[in-house]
Design a protein around this ligand. Sequence first.
Ligand code: ZN
Length: 141
Amino acid sequence: MRKRDRDKFESKLSEMRKDILRVIADDMKQGREGEAGEGRDTYDIASDERDREINLLLGDRERKKLQLIDDALARIESGEYGECDECGGEIASGRLEAMPFTRLCVTCQDEFEQAQRTMHTESASAVAPRYPGGDFEDDTF
Ligand SMILES: [Zn+2]
């Protein structure tokens, strides 16, 4: 992958990460009305201290998303970004555009989902409900 593309995906992932943290911070603010000072800057959620606190309060879903994004950022660092975890092949850039945090190429993802579906049919009555609008989960797990 060219450096220019890597940079592009890196900033994209950083944006996604910030968005998630912002949503979580909003949730937290609503949960404790009145406690936060009026003049408090929302963006100081970026501090380490705050990060830790957020991590404790994160739901599984957000935690997973953050993990995927952090993973992807780490792989950008190490130069593995854009390679499929399963077959080592290159992940199509269109797919990365849509899901910058994906670890599998389309082929392996399909196989993975088919395997999961087979597993699910074994216990068809206990199929877990899907998250609404969960692009992350739908395609990554
Ligand atoms: Zn693959």
